[in-house]
Design a protein. Structure first.
Length: 52
């Protein structure tokens, strides 16, 4: 019984490990996109201001 608990615990840890990298990758991919998007809007806004 004790060994069964240990094996189920280690397998749940492995599944957590397998789920983590895609999440981390998607978060690090989104950050530069968000920054680029923000900069593009800022450039467009300041461009509009200079034409007035």
């Amino acid at each position: 019984q004790q060994q069964l608990k240990t094996s189920s615990f280690s397998s749940s840890l492995t599944s957590i490990d397998q789920r983590m990298p895609p999440l981390t990758i998607s978060v690090t991919r989104r950050i530069p996109i968000a920054i680029g998007f923000q900069e593009t809007i800022h450039i467009m806004m300041s461009g509009d201001d200079s034409t007035k």
